[in-house]
Design a binder for this molecule. Structure first.
Ligand SMILES: O=C(O)CCC(=O)C(=O)O
Ligand SMILES: [Fe+2]
Length: 307
C-alpha cells in the first residue's frame, strides 16, 4: 500500500491541500521547533504522568489522556497557526456558501474554530483502537464536505511498533456502507516534532504499542465554526489562559462570530468580552455600539447578484 505523502516545513500550502483532498492525510516533517516541543513537554508531561488510565475500551485501558490543553500550556500558538495546518484548514473548511437574502444573492464564508484538544499517551500493552472517523461526532453523511481537519503532533517518535496512528488513505471518499479494516491502514510513522494532518472523514485509530516505552501525541482539531465545539472551550479554558494567547488564537478558541451570525454576544462580536474587564463592561460597550446587527458580521459576505 502506498505510504502517506510527506512534505517539508517550507512546502506550499496548496501541496498540502492537494494531498488532503486526494488521500485525506499528509505528514508535515519538522512541524514544531525544539523550543515549542520543550515547552509543550514541560507543561503537559506532568499532567499526563498524573492522569489515570482511561475507563472505556475505546479510549484505551492502557492510554492516558489529558484535555483542556489551552488551559495547561501557552505554547500552542505556533501549532494551531502553523501555515501548513491553519492555511489548508481555511482553504478546505471555509468554502463560500451561496444564499439568498430577499432578492440579493450573497456568498457567506464560515469561520473555523478549535474543537477538541488532547495529549494522548499510549503505554506499552495498549492494543489498537477501533478504526473510526473524527467527524462521526457530528453524524454527517459520507461522502460529504470536510468539516474537520485534525492534527496529530508526534511528541515522541511514532513507529509501527509503538502505536503510531493508523490511517486509511482515501477513506474520506467512502460512503457510510463500507466498513474499515485494519488491513487497509498504514501507520503514520514520523519522528517527534513532525505532524500528521488528516480530514475528519478519514478512518484512523491509535495503534498497538508493542514496545516498552510510551508513545505520546498531541492532537487538536479545527472545525467549521457553525458546529458546536467538541470540547467546551468556554469551560475548559479560563479567561486568563485565553488572554495569554494572541487575538487570532482567542478567536479560534470561540471568541468570534461565524458568518452570517452564529455566536454573537449582545448582537456584537463576542471578542468584546475579552477586550473589557468582564461581561458587564462588555455589555455596556455593546449597548454604546447600538444595535449593529450581528448579520453585519459577515464582513466576509460578498454580494454577487442583485436583481
Ligand atoms: O492516539 C492516536 O494515535 C489516535 C487517537 C484517536 O484517533 C482518537 O482517540 O480519536
Ligand atoms: Fe480519532
Amino acid at each position: 500500500m502506498a505510504d502517506l505523502i510527506r512534505v517539508k516545513p517550507d512546502a506550499a500550502p496548496g501541496d498540502v491541500v492537494e494531498a488532503l483532498e486526494r488521500d485525506g492525510a499528509v505528514i508535515i516533517e519538522g512541524f514544531a521547533d525544539e523550543a515549542t516541543m520543550e515547552g509543550l513537554r514541560a507543561d503537559l508531561g506532568p499532567h499526563l504522568e498524573a492522569s489515570d488510565y482511561c475507563e472505556s475500551g475505546y479510549d484505551g485501558h492502557r492510554t492516558r489522556r489529558v484535555s483542556s490543553l489551552f488551559a495547561r500550556t501557552a505554547h500552542l500558538t505556533p501549532v494551531v497557526t502553523h501555515p501548513l495546518y491553519l492555511g489548508p484548514a481555511r482553504t478546505i473548511l471555509q468554502r463560500p456558501v451561496p444564499i439568498w437574502i430577499g432578492r440579493s444573492r450573497i456568498e457567506m464564508t464560515p469561520n473555523i474554530h478549535i474543537s477538541a484538544t488532547q495529549a494522548i499517551q499510549i503505554d506499552p500493552g495498549q492494543g489498537k483502537q477501533p478504526l473510526h472517523r473524527e467527524d462521526t461526532l457530528y453524524l454527517r453523511p459520507h461522502p460529504g464536505p470536510t468539516i474537520r481537519l485534525q492534527l496529530m503532533l508526534a511528541m515522541t517518535d511514532f513507529t509501527a511498533e509503538n502505536g503510531a496512528t493508523l490511517v486509511i488513505p482515501g477513506s474520506h471518499h467512502w460512503d457510510d456502507e463500507r466498513a474499515p479494516r485494519y488491513s487497509e491502514s498504514i501507520p503514520a510513522e514520523m519522528p517527534a516534532g513532525s505532524a500528521l494532518v488528516f480530514a475528519g472523514g478519514v478512518y484512523h485509530c491509535g495503534g498497538r504499542n508493542d514496545t516498552d516505552r510510551p508513545r505520546v501525541g498531541l492532537t487538536l482539531s479545527l472545525d467549521v465554526a457553525n458546529l458546536r465545539q467538541e470540547e467546551n472551550q468556554y469551560i475548559a479554558v479560563p479567561r486568563e489562559a485565553v488572554l495569554a494567547y494572541p487575538e487570532e488564537v482567542r478567536r479560534l478558541l470561540g471568541y468570534d462570530r461565524c458568518p452570517p451570525g452564529v455566536g454573537w454576544f449582545e448582537l456584537q462580536d463576542p471578542h468584546l468580552v475579552l477586550e473589557h474587564d468582564g461581561i458587564d463592561q462588555a455589555r455596556a460597550a455593546a449597548d454604546r455600539m447600538g444595535l449593529r446587527a450581528s448579520r453585519e458580521a459577515a464582513g466576509a459576505a460578498r454580494e454577487t447578484v442583485t436583481t
